[in-house]
Design a binder for this molecule. Structure first.
Ligand SMILES: O=P(O)(O)OC[C@H]1O[C@H](OP(=O)(O)OP(=O)(O)O)[C@H](O)[C@@H]1O
Ligand SMILES: Nc1nc2[nH]cnc2c(=O)[nH]1
Length: 189
């Protein structure tokens, strides 16, 4: 896949190769949105985005949805500046919304070890939602330390550290419109 057209000097330097292109993301999110619309027909859905990584997925997924949706955000972090989950999840920003009796759909950019989401599911379930499901653009099956039940999945990818489309390394690369493998020399891997 050629990346020259993006005019991103990072590709071929800090970035090894594109894993999911902008067009593939657009297409897959529209398919996921169609399934969500079908499943929640006639019901109001609360989308919960997990900051910061899910910002792009949330905004692009949402604009395909025809369901009655509202949105809230939670910020949690387990990676800090590294490329491995610390396993310790911290709430940096909590929800503004009461989940009691709501149909909740968590929107994530990636499930890697699964530690963040399994913790989050437990946390949100205790708040009494009517239903709780997960949509994620990316998942790394080989990296799973805990199994997480995903209702809406974009792509399964290899166990490599990726950046772009919301995903960062030390807060950089989030703005890339595609997902790419980060060269190990950048993080000393
Ligand atoms: O399955 P896991 O191994 O737990 O990894 C997934 C989590 O890691 C990333 O968040 P991160 O902690 O890097 O914060 P960020 O979204 O602010 O970049 C990503 O957005 C997920 O929330
Ligand atoms: N940027 C980035 N963040 C992650 N968080 C969990 N896995 C990843 C990954 O592969 N890349």
């Amino acid at each position: 896949m050629s990346t020259q057209a993006w005019n991103y000097p990072e590709v071929g330097g800090d970035l090894v190769n594109v894993v999911v292109s902008e067009e593939q993301i657009r297409q897959r999110l529209s398919e996921m949105a169609a399934r969500i619309d079908e499943d929640y027909a006639g019901q109001e859905v609360l989308l919960i985005g997990v900051l910061k990584g899910a910002a792009m997925v949330m905004s692009d997924l949402m604009r395909h949805l025809r369901s009655d949706v509202s949105m809230d955000w939670m910020a949690v972090s387990s990676y800090g500046k590294g490329t491995k989950s610390s396993g310790v999840v911290r709430i940096l920003k909590d929800l503004d919304t009461d989940l009691t009796g709501r149909h909740v759909l968590i929107v994530e950019d990636i499930i890697d070890s699964g530690l963040t989401l399994s913790w989050l599911i437990e946390n949100l379930r205790s708040r009494g939602p009517a239903s709780l499901e997960i949509a994620t653009l990316l998942r790394k099956p080989e990296a799973a330390k805990v199994e997480v039940d995903v209702r809406y999945l974009g792509f399964d990818i290899a166990n490599e550290f990726v950046v772009g489309y919301g995903l960062d390394y030390a807060e950089r690369y989030r703005q890339l419109p595609f997902v790419a493998v980060l060269a190990p020399h950048v993080y000393g891997g």
